[in-house]
Design a protein around this ligand. Structure first.
Ligand code: 5CA
Ligand code: ZN
Length: 409
């Protein structure tokens, strides 16, 4: 699949700091030490509805990770998937009486537009699950042949007992895992499983559902976790730097993915850090397609909201906190954008090199975007109140907002 046009990232004076970030597996901050090419996999959308602000907030967090890396003069190898066949997508297509492939294509196209408008860096490999199926089949076959998977009425399940590290990502106990598994696409109640937590790797063809040639597995379609594993291993290999997504993906998705990959390769870990963004809520409840309490990025854009203001609204919240979208959040971001634009519109201003370092410092410390915004606010207030004589300082501030925050002034 093609991604979206990547925004330019201006170079800044000096060099950025190494990123310290919260890793769900260790439960604390880790200093990442990627090689010259940092590797990141971020779980993509299930395209049955438009991009909402919760999605945008999560992708914003992983965009910041990459901007910090780029500022350390590293390259970034970024992979993202599209879950373009899945139960909720098929159900929505049936509900609306439309073709599921058309629905997936339409919503993926809108997602690309939203990401480009928000100046999100584009993945080098943007991979749809459907196009990845020929590569997923042999991965499931290998797990089965190695004894890490078993058949149940034609379906193939991963055996969590196959990975000694199972549980290391989320750190949850079996009871909590069982509850979350039932809530998030698993089937702990299905009779005949060796362990209720065992996850589906291959779903045999059912009447009325799309299916693909599965070689020795028979016709069917892949389970959710193995899709991301096969795509990540194909393009990044084991031990990549960051596996990213919202906090609702820590279990079962990223836990199972890690176990699938570790059983498959005999290596540990799948990812060096598992990074999770908090959930954005509307009217007191997590924004979710299934509940329908959504604010869409594309609707805000249609209403004439500047994408840079949407971006500032996301950046005003620490990526790990759960927060609530309100009209006040947007109003504040629109005001801030106006103040910043006024401040950089003059040829000179207060010195800005210290500000570049403050923004770098804030982001390198677990992506503290609110602290970065506060630093720019202070410079803008000084400039708007008293001005300054440093030639080119406003240009440096503009480039800092663009390169490190993805905000075009
Ligand atoms: N296709 C799978 C991942 S392989 C998936 O979870 N798709 S999704 O469309 O449901 O979500 C896409 C990303 O947005 C995930 O990282 C998810 O954790 C995140 N996300 C979903 N809802 C919210 C929310 N309300 N707040 C923050 N992030 C969210
Ligand atoms: Zn995923």
């Amino acid at each position: 699949m093609h991604a979206w046009p990547a925004p330019e990232v201006p170079a800044l004076p000096g060099r950025g700091r190494d990123l310290r970030i919260h890793d769900t597996a260790t439960g604390g901050l880790v200093t990442l030490d990627p090689g010259p090419v940092a590797r990141i996999y971020v779980c993509g959308i299930t395209p049955y509805d438009a991009t909402h602000l919760g999605h945008a907030a999560t992708y914003n967090a992983f965009d910041l990770v990459q901007r910090v890396w780029l500022d350390t003069q590293r390259q970034v190898h970024y992979v993202q998937n599209v879950t373009d066949v899945d139960d909720p997508l098929l159900e929505r297509a049936v509900r609306d009486g439309i073709d599921w492939t058309g629905l997936a294509e339409r919503e993926t196209a809108l997602f690309r537009e939203d990401m480009a408008a928000l100046r999100m860096l584009a993945p080098q490999h943007y991979i749809g699950v459907v196009e990845a199926i020929p590569g997923i089949v042999p991965v499931v076959e290998r797990l089965r042949d190695a004894g890490a998977a078993y058949e149940l009425d034609g379906d193939i399940y991963f055996s969590v007992a196959a990975d000694a590290h199972f549980g290391a990502v989320s750190g949850l106990d079996a009871a909590a895992m069982r509850l979350l598994s039932a809530e998030r696409g698993g089937d702990p109640e299905r009779p005949g499983k060796k362990n209720p937590l065992d996850a589906l790797l291959w779903r045999a063809a059912r009447d009325g559902e799309p299916s693909w040639d599965g070689g020795s597995l028979g016709p069917g379609r892949p389970g959710w976790h193995i899709e991301c594993v096969a795509i990540a291993l194909d393009h990044l290999g084991m031990g990549f730097d960051v596996q990213g997504g919202g906090s609702d993906l820590a279990f079962p998705h990223h836990e199972m993915g890690a176990s699938h990959a570790q059983s498959l390769t005999g290596e540990f870990p799948f990812a060096k850090a598992y990074v999770h963004a908090g959930m954005v809520a509307l009217d007191g409840e997590k924004m979710s397609k299934s509940k329908g309490n959504l604010v869409f990025v594309s609707d805000l854009r249609k209403d004439g909201v500047d994408p840079a203001a949407i971006r500032l609204a996301l950046l005003a919240h620490h990526y790990r906190s759960d927060w609530e979208w309100t009209s006040g959040v947007l109003d504040e971001a629109v005001d801030r954008l106006e103040r910043w634009r006024a401040a950089v519109s003059r040829p000179d201003g207060p010195p800005a090199l210290a500000l570049v370092e403050e923004v770098r410092e804030a982001l390198a410390h677990d992506l503290d975007a609110p602290a970065a915004l506060a630093a720019v606010d202070r410079w803008a207030a000084l400039q708007n109140e008293r001005g300054g004589t440093d030639t080119g300082a406003p240009g440096v501030v503009s480039r800092t907002a663009d390169a490190l925050l993805g905000v075009a002034l």
